[in-house]
Write a protein that binds this ligand. Sequence first.
Ligand code: 13P
Length: 251
Amino acid sequence: MRKPYMAGNWKMNLDRAGALELAGALREHVGQREDVEVAVAPAFVYLRDVIELLKGSPIRVGAQNACAEASGAFTGEVSPVMLRDIGCDFVILGHSERRHVYGETDADINRKVHLALEHDLDVVLCVGETLEEREANKTEAVVKRHMTAGMTGLSEAQSRRVTIAYEPVWAIGTGLNATPEQAGDVHTYLRGVLEGLYGAAVAETTRIQYGGSVKPANVAELMSVDGVDGALVGGASLKADSFASIVDFGG
Ligand code: 13P
């Protein structure tokens, strides 16, 4: 069985006090629950504070990006080695905002995936089509390319440390979530591609999150879809009561 995996991507939001308040409230809500995996991805500058605050809690803390180089003259970048050093557990890579706002390519993302795994960080690899690509019937081709290219060269053992997040670009921050049918189709398709790449055992155990306008009101329906194993949540993860409700599948 795949344990549901609910992650909050805080993006470039909250100040230090707000990040700590939110993390503290989530710590209380989650307690020592084992039926669901919960994670947060604060901005780089607050990672250490949130990691400290969540010590002893099962809530995982990760970064929203990492450099494709371990060290050196890369002004403004943050290495996965540094993230691991301060106690990060995972990193989100290939988010659509990284692809579309900052021009990251599949090759860049693949290098980041390799380096993160080499330095003991789990990876949430984001894939997803734009509206234009969906309307041109390119959804499957795009998500397959994002996933296959992002995971190129990984061993089977490494692939087991990757969670896939299907985030249709047209659903991110728009209030317009994928329908359960749309999400189900893509998740089933991606699991089939994973099986082709790494075999049935990996496909069976790899979690595929859905992301894009997930909120308390639609999470139950999305989580009821076969093959939707969790959520990667932006806006609705910034308030404790709404993310707590999402962690509880809307309950
Ligand atoms: P929203 O939940 O705000 O649509 O953002 C989704 C997302 O990009 C999570 O990574």
